[in-house]
Design a protein around this ligand. Sequence first.
Ligand SMILES: Cc1cc2nc3c(=O)[nH]c(=O)nc-3n(C[C@H](O)[C@H](O)[C@H](O)COP(=O)(O)OP(=O)(O)OC[C@H]3O[C@@H](n4cnc5c(N)ncnc54)[C@H](O)[C@@H]3O)c2cc1C
Length: 489
Amino acid sequence: MKTACIIGAGLGGLSTAIHLRNAGYAVTLFEANPTVGGRANQIARSGFLFDTGPSLVNYPWVFEELFASAGRKFSDYVTLLPVDPTVQFRWADGTLFTLSSDMKRLLAECERLEPGSSPATLRYLRDAGAKYDVSFQKLVTRNEDNPLRWIARLNLGEMWNSGVWRSLNGELGRFFQSRYIREALGSYGMYLGGSPYRLPGLFSILAYGELAYGLWLPKGGVYGLVQGMERLAVELGCSIHTQCPVERILIENARAVGVRLRTGVEERFDVVVSNVDVPLAEKELLGIERPVAKQPAMTPGVLTFYWGVRGVPEGMGHHTIFLPENNRQTFAQLFDERRLPDDLPFYLSIPSATDADLAPAGCSSVFALVPTPLLSDMPGADWAAITAQIRTRIFTRLKQEGVRFTEADILFEEAWTPEDWSQRFGLYDGSAFGAAHTLFQMGPFRSRNYSSQFAGLYHVGASTTPGTGMPMVVLGGRMTAERIVAHAR
Ligand SMILES: Cc1cc2nc3c(=O)[nH]c(=O)nc-3n(C[C@H](O)[C@H](O)[C@H](O)COP(=O)(O)OP(=O)(O)OC[C@H]3O[C@@H](n4cnc5c(N)ncnc54)[C@H](O)[C@@H]3O)c2cc1C
């Protein structure tokens, strides 16, 4: 039996493990932390349960396919609770915009902000739906190194309609005049590491994907999904070692032959898969540092707060995104000037609004996420002071908007800065979502899922193909396993 080791048990690592096991490999995972899941981890304190990172699951079909690949039924392992309305956007001028997978509600909401917009909303859904289908059938889910062959999978019509010729904001402008609708549907750019004024219009599929396939919270929080995947991997016979950091990938004759653990123990395997951000794996596990010009552009860092709260913040649903007054300026400050924006966007997630078991009776678990520049953009930053300032700014905005949730309601509190994120999970430069999805970091232009320098060395996760987000890294696990199997033939 061929042997594989996976460094890191994030969702990408777990997915690769399951697919390699399906292919008959003996699989060993080494995870530095006490628990699996990586960024999708859990804090359990004083009766409150918090997901550390992801707060919503989209594209459930990806997880259903993963479990089906092992002959199992996803719903036997994970119960998904619907989150609908999905997301509410708020602006300081009092404007609200609430998305829903219910077509009637969605059309009515768009009409409220832009009278007469129903035909355009339907056209947007048809257009983004076609882009979504083409992207997932022909581009996102298949390994391809050659840019020409990658593009040539699209016919001329599909290429023209792909929207890569326009910015995301420009693409949304084809359908919506309302600045509020465009800013809301373009705000997804933040997690892709770019401004909607620059990211390719193809990413109009993100909002569509959430509307068409819904947003979901696994029972027990997002960590319920991680536990389901861990259970499947263990049942299949994968061997998972937690609190087992890998110090080095062992190379002999330009081939990865195993790993050295921090304990000094060396273990040999036929293939090595790294679930660590690619630039960090190169630097720390191989001792190779790319020249600065060849470093990938990364998504921003995040400051996250976990608040156990007395009562239920009134008028707030599961997921609320607070957008700035001057959207263009905020994105420019974050991505071009590489500093904390003057008018900070942030979101609040209240998972206990969907699964009451995540907080004690009469209480709520509240998660806040604020994007920040990368660690290298803020050398010497005093993160304790920045955390205190940002906390004050969040509560000032909540007060201004009449949200009944104040600092006095907090019973339990924890905050993670980009430094904490980086130290806990080995995130390169404190980047929360891995390599950015700029045009030239997509498909064959993105860091590959195999090493062209060392045979037997593979990558999976947010910084390689196909990209960031839980469904993407889970799809990436299948793609990395397919590479390994193809190379072994
Ligand atoms: C705050 C936040 C919110 C998010 N929200 C969402 C959301 O709502 N929906 C969504 O789909 N996605 C969301 N994401 C993105 C999603 O969490 C990630 O894209 C995905 O979880 C990354 O998985 P990964 O496979 O790259 O592994 P990671 O999560 O990066 O895991 C890598 C693992 O490797 C381990 N490791 C590192 N170095 C070593 C070593 N030397 N030895 C052993 N182990 C090591 C780490 O401890 C970690 O467990 C969010 C991310 C963050 C940070």
